[in-house]
Design a protein around this ligand. Structure first.
Ligand code: HAM
Length: 427
């Protein structure tokens, strides 16, 4: 039987690679004083329906529990983080920096890089919406991929003020009117967008033409072209400052470009928005997305500044694989310890315990076994070293240590065993 559609099993080797990336990223979040939280994998469905947009309903795994509660597997972690914040973390000193790592579920059509169960590592910064704070957050986003040695990434940065300003000018004043168009923009379905704007194009052809010019803007140098109402002016000032502070962090600005057409699929965003792509990945190239948002109304609370992002863990691993440097992670065994003679059993257990205490991964043959069998098993497990103990060794108080890479065999005393294994394994 296979796992359900859109889900995967991960074998030992893949898990070792996943844990390695997880550890690298966790360490990076810690360096910026983000502290980890964990929330349930399922929540009341209302949490996601309120502000994530109408499209989310189709993408959600929802179910009723035995008491008739309407629940959903979480499609993302921002709404749960804010629920937790308003319930229990409100009194924490601000700005509050939180990060999380965990599985998310979306009823998407599975394809390469798109799963129904996938993992996100992300963060939320609560209580500071300054361009300086945004710049540090963007720098952290870039750092995650630098840390993973994924060089070919592009960070696109925008601000919803531009799109919303333009849609207002075209006659779509409320967010309910804007949201179907924002969805088309998010999916870059420009033909459908043109069709939807057809009636407006008849009365305001110049405005509609200028609106589509937004899709050609690429560099920060063109930002002045976006000047318009006060909201756009504010957005320009914000983004210019973000870019300047990002430079002072030492960010590689050749990886960063302006994109005023980022709409984001989730509806809670308010200002700064950004997405990071691995261009060579094709359709599912977006590795990270985020922005400034406000979810306070969902919880009947006064507004709170918040900004954050989530990185797609699975897609990042695919991108690394495509780049030819998959995440190094190894489930290889350090040592196999085997008694060759029944009398050596106790001493073999002692050797295994001693090596485990020294931090080694050790497989102990539980019963006396022929050398030939031990070597065959060691090859299958890709063990680095084999330690044998027969009656001869037992009499002389030594262990036979075989380096499985070179084939060389030596004898060492129990006191020297751990050091000898360290020398052979190389760390
Ligand atoms: P999102 O853009 O929906 O944002 O998801 C973030 C990342 O999760 C995507 O860039 C992508 O790499 C990965 N991802 C999304 N769907 C799938 C899927 N079906 N299979 C594999 N990977 C996927 C959010 O979720 C927001 N909560 C981010 C955020 C945090 N905004 C503010 N704070």
């Amino acid at each position: 039987m296979q796992p359900p559609r859109g889900t995967r099993d991960f074998g030992p080797n893949e898990m070792a690679q996943r844990r390695r990336l997880e550890a690298l990223w966790r360490d990076e979040f810690r360096r910026y004083n983000y502290r980890e939280i964990q929330t349930p994998t399922f929540e009341e469905i209302e949490l996601f329906l309120a502000k994530s947009g109408p499209g989310i309903r189709d993408e959600i795994y929802d179910f009723k529990d035995k008491s008739g509660r309407e629940l959903a597997l979480r499609p993302e972690l921002t709404a749960p983080s804010m629920r937790f914040y308003f319930a229990d973390l409100k009194m924490e000193p601000k700005p509050l920096r939180l990060f999380y790592f965990g599985p998310c579920y979306r009823y998407d059509r599975p394809q390469a890089g798109r799963y129904r169960e996938f993992w996100q590592m992300g963060c939320e910064l609560i209580g500071d919406n300054s361009p300086e704070a945004h710049a540090e957050l963007l720098f952290l986003a870039l750092r995650l991929f630098e840390k993973a040695d994924l060089k070919d990434v592009k960070l696109r940065v925008g601000h919803l003020g531009f799109l919303r300003g333009w849609l207002k000018r075209l006659g779509y004043a409320t967010s309910a009117e804007q949201s179907p168009l924002m969805r088309l923009i998010d999916k870059k379905e420009l033909e459908k967008l043109k069709a939807a704007l057809e009636p407006v194009a008849r009365s305001k052809p110049d405005d509609v033409r200028n609106f589509f010019e937004l899709f050609t803007i690429e560099s920060f140098e063109q930002i002045k072209l976006l000047a318009g109402d006060a909201e756009s002016q504010g957005a320009i000032a914000h983004l210019v400052r973000v870019r300047d502070v990002l430079a002072s962090f030492g960010a590689d600005l050749s990886k960063v470009r302006l994109d005023p057409t980022i709409a984001r699929g989730l509806e809670y965003y308010t200002g700064l928005v950004f997405e990071l792509d691995a261009p060579q990945l094709g359709a599912e190239k977006q590795l990270l997305g985020g922005g400034a948002y406000d979810l306070s109304a969902v919880f009947g609370q006064p507004p709170v500044d918040a900004v954050g992002f989530a990185a797609g863990f699975d897609r990042t691993l695919i991108a690394l694989e495509k780049h030819g440097h998959p995440m190094a992670g190894s489930d290889a065994l350090d040592v196999i310890v085997a008694p060759i003679d029944p009398a050596a059993q106790v001493a073999a257990v002692r050797a295994a315990s001693l090596l485990r205490a020294a931090g080694r991964s050790v497989e102990l043959e539980p019963r006396p076994v022929a050398v030939r069998k031990v070597l065959a098993r060691a090859t299958g497990l890709k063990a680095r070293v084999a330690v044998f103990l027969g009656s001869k060794e037992l009499e002389r108080g030594v262990y036979a240590v075989k380096d499985l890479a070179s084939g060389a065999q030596t004898e060492v005393s129990e006191a020297a065993l751990a050091d000898e294994i360290r020398r052979l394994v190389g760390h």
